[in-house]
Ligand binder design. Sequence first.
Ligand code: HEC
Length: 126
Amino acid sequence: MKKILALVFIGLLISCKKENQENFGKPAEVETATTQKPEDLGKEIFDGKGVCYTCHKPDTKTVGPSIKEIAKIYREKGGSIVDFLQEKSEPIVDPSQYATMKTNFAITKNLPEEELKALEAYMLSF
Ligand code: HEC
């Protein structure tokens, strides 16, 4: 008798779990179809209209520091990439090369705050 009760109980648990998963799954699917993650939008801008990729590669220093290096320093120092791209804060990664980066503010200062935040989220994801 005890065994049967235990089996029924387990059966109930499993069916409850399934229901939960089904209910959880649905709204999540709708969400991913309509909203974009900031990192993904950031990547789109970084590799697209921002043309940041021409000077910044994920791992290696080219014209500019690698994205990983920038992310590391910004995380350590708690800096704001959004402020930097609006020319509201000083360079903290490689001030000696600041003049080269400055030419991009013509682009970044015209981007909406949401897109700058997306760029920051993308860079800090490294
Ligand atoms: C013409 C080459 C070039 C392009 C294009 C470029 N960068 Fe840079 N970037 C640099 C150089 C060189 C530095 C190093 C100087 C410095 O640290 O300011 C730099 C530094 C940075 C830093 C670190 C700033 C700091 O605190 O020192 C960030 C953040 C950054 N770039 C973001 C971007 C983003 C976002 C884009 C695209 C909108 C972009 N860069 C496009 C050359 C470039």
